[in-house]
Design a protein around this ligand. Structure first.
Ligand code: FAD
Length: 446
């Protein structure tokens, strides 16, 4: 692929206006590019836009089902302390908490909102909408506009060589039920379409003939439908833990089956008398709009080959992905990935050659394989998120991860293991980390 003439501003399509699409559009514009954000929903926030409706197929496998984008459930609270979660220069803080009185006429949504250290999902949506308003990002977004096809224009199409044709379906006007289909040409495409909508169903022998009710956690909202029932949860990540306690409040018994907790002998969960342990990752990466001749594929939930979870070596820098990682602190990483993509597109940051990137990708996959890590855990950055984000920061000339953020993450992991039902509310012994965070935030919260 001929390299883009890198030293100029690029017209860039961003697909999605959730957290990753928002910070990507901000970083692209900061770098001097012209981002257009396509968002199928009518608001920013992505997965955090709570929808009490669930899909027509509770397991989420029927292709003709009505798709509900968000998988947030009513009682959901963050699983990270807010200080650790926010974008670096737009902290997710409660201003009063910082003993700083903000300029009165600059109302901030989280003053009125949920001030808890681990707030509810509405506060996260407030924060993302505040972020979009503060950085005037909504003017970049085409709402209710779904990207339906993305392809690389080849040299037959003359001056458009190396450009990307983005076909989209847009509501013709706010009230009309009709859509128009049209196409725009861009220099680059940044895919930020999220990965918490398409359920991944655990392959369990006999499950399709099992007579009981089955739902995917994507379609869980409130515990009521489980009243007085014996419930088995398969998989036990942070949402699984929350759901087990939510449901235990009404169910007769809750059993958790998870590969990583016990050797199959049921043990009681701390702090409850009707939750028995007995687990899975729950979502698929899907890019139904991408036509790239299998240069990037999804193989057992590995999106690849991708260099550093972001660039396809064969299509870089015209095609990139932001937000694929999981099991880390997402927003600061999305922000660094976005800075990197923006800097590469402007030519300020250089990528290795295609060959060098491919060698590094193959190396990475071999290491995972040697460590017995399944492909579907390729984007799980739990063990190396700070090494990864510091590598990105180095490429972008940006400060490294703060010690307090690292220690906060470790503290959460430790507390969740020992105080599962109370880890969000017993945080006093880490106040020193909160104070260090607030000291840093003073540079940004005026
Ligand atoms: P999304 O939020 O999914 O946004 C993707 C956007 O792309 C959506 O708005 C969608 O409408 C749009 N889109 C998709 N396809 C198209 C298309 N073809 N055309 C146009 N638009 C399209 N992270 C934390 O930091 N802390 C937490 O406590 C936390 N808890 C979580 C709890 C749950 C239940 C889940 C599911 C995730 C949680 N996360 C948490 C992780 C999550 O990655 C991030 O919080 C983040 O919001 C994801 O942002 P995203 O932009 O990558 O994806």
């Amino acid at each position: 692929m001929k390299s883009l003439d890198l030293m100029s501003s690029k017209k860039v399509a961003v697909i999605g206006a959730g957290a990753s699409g928002l910070v990507a559009s901000r970083e692209l514009r900061r770098e001097g590019h012209v981002p257009v954000v396509f968002e199928s929903n009518n608001n920013v926030g992505g997965t955090w836009i709570y929808n009490p409706e669930v899909e027509s197929d509770p397991l989420g496998v029927d292709p003709s089902r009505t798709i509900v984008q968000s998988s947030v459930y009513d009682s959901l609270r963050t699983n990270l302390p807010r200080e650790s979660m926010g974008f670096r220069d737009y902290p997710f803080v409660v201003v009063e908490d910082m003993m700083m009185i903000k300029d009165e006429n600059k109302e901030t949504s989280y003053r009125k909102g949920d001030n808890r250290r681990f707030p509810g999902h509405r506060e996260v949506l407030n924060y993302l909408q505040d972020f979009a308003n503060h950085f005037k990002l909504t003017e970049l977004i085409w709402f209710e506009t779904e990207v339906i096809h993305v392809r690389l224009l080849d040299d037959q199409e003359g001056e458009k060589e190396n450009k990307w044709a983005v076909k989209y379906k847009r509501r013709s006007s706010s009230s009309a039920p009709t859509f128009v289909v049209d196409e725009e040409v861009f220099d680059a495409v940044v895919v930020c379409n999220g990965h918490y909508t398409e359920p991944l169903i655990a392959e369990i022998p006999g499950i399709d003939t099992w007579p009981g009710k089955q739902i995917h956690r994507h379609n869980y909202r409130v515990p009521e439908p489980f009243r007085d029932q014996v419930v088995l949860l398969v998989g036990n990540s942070s949402s699984g833990e929350d759901l087990s306690r939510d449901i235990a409040g009404v169910a007769k018994e809750v059993h958790i089956a998870s590969k990583y907790l016990t050797n199959g002998i049921p043990t009681k969960q701390l702090g409850s008398d009707n939750i028995l342990f007995g687990f899975i990752p729950w979502y698929k990466y899907t890019f139904p709009f991408l036509e790239i001749n299998n240069i990037v594929t999804v193989d057992d939930n590995r999106v690849g080959p991708l260099y550093k979870h972001v660039f396809s070596p064969l299509l870089a820098p015209g095609l990139s992905f932001i937000g694929l990682i999981w099991k880390g602190i997402p927003y600061p990483i999305f922000e660094l990935q976005s800075k990197w993509v923006a800097g590469v597109l402007s030519g300020r940051i250089l990528l290795p050659s295609q060959e060098e990137m491919m060698v590094e990708v193959e190396d990475f996959y071999l290491k995972l394989e040697a460590a017995g890590v399944p492909k579907r855990y390729t984007h799980n950055t739990f063990d190396y998120q700070f090494e990864y984000s510091d590598w990105l920061a180095g490429e972008c000339g940006f400060p490294l991860s703060e010690e307090w953020r690292k220690q906060m993450f470790e503290a959460v992991v430790k507390k969740r293991r020992t105080h599962l039902e109370a880890y969000r509310d017993e945080w006093e012994d880490y106040n020193h980390l909160i104070m260090q965070a607030h000291e840093d935030f003073r540079h940004y919260v005026q």
